[in-house]
Write a protein that binds this ligand. Structure first.
Ligand code: PLP
Length: 385
C-alpha cells in the first residue's frame, strides 16, 4: 500500500557500514536501518547465531519452553535494573504490552501521561500515546486515557503532582520528534515526583536502547531505575524482535492469559538477540560509540561554523540531529548523490545514525562527503523556503 515515500534506491546487499544498490552503487549508510543495525549490516556473530538456530528449530509456540528466549531474557535482566521480560515482534507491540501492564497494575487509574513530540509507534494504543497531532489526524477516535505534557518543562511536573497518573511514558531522547535529549535536571525532578506519588515510570528505549546513546540503555546516564522499559530496533540487529522489560513488583500484575504473541520470543529472533546483546556487552562497541560520537560532534560543529543554515547539533551517542534553517529533505536527497545515506527527524532535522562500530575512517569520509553535500545545498537551493 502507499504508506511510504521511498527514495529511488533498491538495496541489493549490505555489510558493515555500507549498502549496495542493484546497479552496484555503494553507499556509506549513516541510517543503520533507522537505529536498528547497531552492529552494522549482516554482523557475522548474529548471522552465525541465526544460521545455527535455523538448523534446529524455527518456530515453537509459547505453549512450550523456548531455551533461546529464556537465555535472552536472562541476558537482558542481567544487563538492566529490570527483572522480567515479555517478547514481541516490534517496537509498537512492546509499547502496547507496556500500556497493558500499566493498566493491569492500576485498575482504578487508567491515566497515562506522555509528552508532546514523542513517538511510540503506529498501532492504535501506541499512536494514542504519541504526542504528534499530525500522526493522529484521520485515525480518531484514539484510545482513551492519554494526556500530553511539555517535554523538558518544569511546569509539567506540577501538573503531574496535582493529578497523578498511573504512569508516565517517555523517550530519553525524543528520536522521531527531532532528536531532543531530555535534560538531566528535569529527569531527576520527574523521577522524584513519580517516586513520591507512586507513578510508574515507563521508558521507551526502542530507539535509544541497545547502545545507541553510548550506554546499553539511555536511562543509565540519567541515574535512575525505570519500572518498565521497551526495546526493539537494535535488539535483533535487523531481525524483527521487541521486548518489554519490567521490575518484579510491576511485572507480577500479568498472569497467564493477560497477554501473548504467536511469534513473540521465537527461537530465530531470540537467537539474533542473544548474539547482539552478547556482542554489545562483551566487545568495546559502547566505548567506540562514545569515541566516534565525540569525533562526529566535533566535526559537525566545524561544519556548523562554515554553513550558517546549520543552527544546532544535538543528540546523544550516535543518535545525532543536525537542525537546519530549511528543508532537511533537500540535504537527504543531495547526500544520496554523494553516495551517503542519512535520514530525517521532522522537517528541519537531518538525523544521522551510523552503526555503533563505525570506524574513524568512515566518520572522516562521511564528514568530507557531507561537506560537499552542504556546499551543493547552499549553492543550489534557497534553503530558507
Ligand atoms: C521511540 C520509538 N518508539 C516506538 C517505535 C515504533 O517501533 P516499530 O516501528 O518497531 O513499531 C519507534 C520507531 O521508530 C521509536 O523510535
Amino acid at each position: 500500500m502507499n504508506t511510504y515515500n521511498r527514495f529511488p534506491i533498491t538495496v541489493d546487499k549490505a555489510k558493515g557500514g555500507y549498502v549496495w544498490d542493484i546497479d552496484g552503487t555503494k553507499y556509506l549508510d549513516f541510517t543503520a536501518g533507522i537505529a536498528t543495525c547497531n552492529l552494522g549490516h549482516v554482523p557475522d556473530v548474529v548471522k552465525d547465531s541465526i544460521t545455527s538456530q535455523l538448523e534446529k528449530v524455527w518456530h515453537c509456540s509459547n505453549l512450550y519452553q523456548i531455551a533461546p528466549q529464556q537465555q535472552l531474557a536472562d541476558l537482558l535482566t542481567a544487563n538492566s535494573c529490570l527483572d522480567q521480560v515479555f517478547f514481541c515482534n516490534s517496537g509498537a507491540e512492546a509499547n502496547e504490552a507496556a500500556i497493558k501492564l500499566v493498566r493491569a497494575n492500576n485498575p482504578n487509574n487508567r491515566h497515562i501521561v506522555a509528552f508532546r513530540q514523542s513517538f511510540h509507534g503506529r498501532t492504535l494504543a501506541a499512536l494514542s500515546a504519541t504526542g504528534q497531532k499530525k500522526l493522529h489526524s484521520g485515525f480518531e477516535p484514539l484510545m482513551q486515557g492519554f494526556t500530553f505534557l511539555t517535554y523538558n518543562d518544569f511546569d509539567s511536573l506540577n501538573v503531574l503532582k496535582e493529578n497523578p497518573p498511573a504512569a508516565v511514558m517517555l523517550e530519553l531522547v525524543q528520536g522521531e520528534g527531532g532528536v531532543i535529549p531530555a535534560e538531566q535536571s528535569w529527569v531527576e525532578e520527574l523521577v522524584q515526583v513519580c517516586t513520591n506519588a507512586g507513578i510508574l515510570i515507563m521508558i521507551d528505549e526502542i530507539q535509544t536502547g541497545m547502545g545507541r546513546t553510548g550506554t546499553f540503555f539511555a536511562y543509565e546516564q540519567y541515574g535512575f531505575e525505570p519500572d518498565i522499559v521497551t526495546l526493539a530496533k537494535g535488539l535483533g540487529s535487523g531481525f524483527p524482535i521487541g521486548a518489554m522489560l519490567a521490575k518484579d513488583g510491576t511485572a507480577n500484575a500479568f498472569q497467564p492469559g493477560s497477554h501473548g504473541s504467536t511469534f513473540g520470543g521465537n527461537p530465530l529472533a531470540t537467537a539474533a538477540g542473544i548474539a547482539t546483546v552478547t556482542e554489545m556487552t562483551q566487545s568495546n562497541i559502547l566505548e567506540n560509540c562514545g569515541q566516534m560520537s565525540e569525533m562526529l560532534f566535533a566535526e559537525l560543529k566545524n561544519l556548523q561554523a562554515e554553513y550558517s543554515f546549520i543552527k544546532l547539533i544535538r543528540g546523544k551517542g550516535l543518535l545525532i540531529g543536525i537542525i537546519v534553517d530549511g528543508q532537511a529533505i533537500q540535504i537527504v536527497k543531495a547526500a544520496i548523490k554523494e553516495n551517503l545515506l542519512v535520514t530525517m527527524a521532522g522537517q528541519n532535522v537531518v538525523r544521522i545514525l551510523p552503526p555503533l562500530n563505525v570506524t574513524a575512517e568512515d566518520v572522516s569520509l562521511f564528514c568530507e562527503q557531507f561537506r560537499n553535500v552542504l556546499q551543493t545545498v547552499s549553492e543550489k537551493f534557497y534553503i530558507n523556503e
